[in-house]
Design a protein around this ligand. Structure first.
Ligand code: MN
Length: 229
């Protein structure tokens, strides 16, 4: 794993992803699709294997490919941390600003997403994050209700997040593939409410998907992100 991918993995995932072995002769892509940390069917019945396969192998791969395409003509940008790039979009060449925003954001958001879900997840959040949620929102149930409502009422494609802003926890939404990092807020976890995340199994029933999603929340991983925020 090169430095760029190592830094990205450390910052975004805060968990160990398998290192991808590369043949000496193969041209090294700037960014690489991280492997899913569990099998495609591991999150069933809440998220089906077909959705996971399309979501990871096609959608996430496309963000990585398009990000690489955007950065290829700019060697000076290729060794910068992706978080730094998306936090300073106005400093990028105008020709690639939108592409880095959408595809860099997409790569960061999805790398995070795979790691804050886990088979056998769900239940009440334990540890520091559980305590912080109850303190900020009254109860886990009240937090869930507010989070689901924000995700359900977000028009079009985007994400619903729990973020750390200063010392406060906040629920926020972002359109498209925007990251809370672009607004100077740290994403503790988020749920992808693009139709590609749920449509094969839930069709237009986004609310049902949002409710069901808690069953795959990886609270141990989320807590680790919170403690390192
Ligand atoms: Mn997605």
């Amino acid at each position: 794993m090169n430095r760029r991918n190592f830094v990205l993995t450390t910052i975004v995932a805060l968990s160990s992803l398998p290192v991808i072995a590369q043949a000496e002769s193969a041209p090294k892509p700037i960014y690489e699709l991280p492997p899913l940390p569990y099998p495609y069917d591991a999150l069933e019945p809440y998220i089906d294997a077909r959705t996971m396969k399309f979501h990871h192998d096609r959608h996430h791969q496309a963000y990585v490919d398009n990000l690489n395409k955007a950065l290829t003509p700019y060697p000076e940008l290729q060794n910068k941390c992706l978080v730094e790039l998306i936090q300073n979009l106005d400093q990028l060449p105008a020709a690639i600003r939108t592409s880095v925003r959408n595809n860099g954001g997409g790569h960061l958001n999805h790398t995070l997403f795979w790691n804050i879900m886990a088979p056998g997840g769900g239940g009440e959040p334990q540890g520091a994050i559980g305590e912080a949620i109850r303190k900020q929102f009254g109860s886990f149930g009240q937090f869930q209700e507010a989070f689901e409502k924000a995700g359900l009422t977000l028009f079009g494609s985007g994400w619903v997040w729990l973020v750390k802003a200063g010392e406060q926890l906040e629920i926020m939404t972002t359109p498209n593939q925007d990251s809370p990092l672009m607004a100077g807020k740290f994403p503790i976890f988020g749920n992808d409410v693009w139709e590609h995340a749920y449509y094969l199994n839930y069709q237009n029933r986004r609310g049902e998907y949002l409710k069901s999603w808690w069953n795959v929340a990886n609270w141990a991983g989320i807590n680790l992100r919170f403690e390192n925020a």
